[in-house]
Ligand binder design. Sequence first.
Ligand code: ACO
Length: 329
Amino acid sequence: MFFRSTVAAIGKYLPDNCVQNADLPQQLETSDEWIRERTGIAQRHIAAPHETTAFMATEAAKQALLAAGIAIDQVDAIILATTTPDNGFPATATRVQALLGMKRGFAFDVQAVCSGFVYALAIADNFIKTGQVKTVLLIGAEAFSRIVDWNDRGTCVLFGDGAAALVLTAADCASLNGKIASKEQGILSTHLYSDGTGYDLLYIDHTIDTPTKRGAVVMHGREIFKSAVQKIGEAVEKALEANALTIPDIDWFVPHQANARIIKGVIDRFNLPSEKVVVTVDKHANTSAASIPLALCEAVHDGRIQKGQLVLIEAMGGGLTWASAVIRW
Ligand code: ACO
């Protein structure tokens, strides 16, 4: 028997504290105009001390489980994509497991920075396809505000905090060769890439040899920007090709929300109708591994994404990593 992964429900959590560009600390010497023009960001949610990555992930997961009508004792695995775990180890996913009262299965983190959600989706999908698990809580959660240097205007204005969770469940696959029939709901494809020669373009300057240093994000923004549209373009092409799809077949394009100019670059490259593109970067800023599921959640909850529609997601981030996936919702 073959299985496919279907999305049963989605939930999210955003910290209460929403900081507008104009409310950023004065010492930053920035402006609403500069930030909007270069990035499209107008505001971001910033976590309070109690809103840890585990806390936000747990709240998002509770919402998704409730919407799915699935009890925690039916969940086989928690896979948490995050760049901002509560501790270096153990995996924050295990804390989420405890907070949810889950006493079975397994939980672990995935670290692929802004591509983390798509990486975690691919891992979850493969566990389900092999029949090893039936129900997965897939979460993207970040407290990026805790790892940026709030004196570095070139990075701190770009990021935000939040979490979103999907409940994935196994369904029987109608086709005989293990491939999902094109009209069936579920994850149709995932494509993952990395190129470690870009390691130093975006990183946190805290290492195992500098345990007392707090560490902050270091970013070579222009180089990242230059790579982004090209690498995202590659991943999108692969996703279309693997499913024998063309752009008009796609109902919703849900990109990683790093920067409105990167999103526009991809829109232009593929001639995507802008009304089919879900954009939340203005409201959430870049929430790294949480950005795609937060955008999915918004578009599902406001009724844009409907059951049976084709959704193409893509991401690119530190590593460098980049990835894409096609989901029939
Ligand atoms: N407010 C005002 N001025 C600023 C700010 C700010 N927040 N940040 C930088 N500046 C200044 C710089 O100091 C510099 O001033 P100078 O000319 O006097 O030296 C000037 O603006 C230009 O700085 P650059 O860094 O060259 O600006 P650039 O046009 O490259 O825009 C940006 C910066 C927005 C970060 C851009 O490079 C970018 O979007 N890169 C993509 C990075 C990204 O999205 N990273 C997210 C993580 S990776 C991912 O998710 C894909």
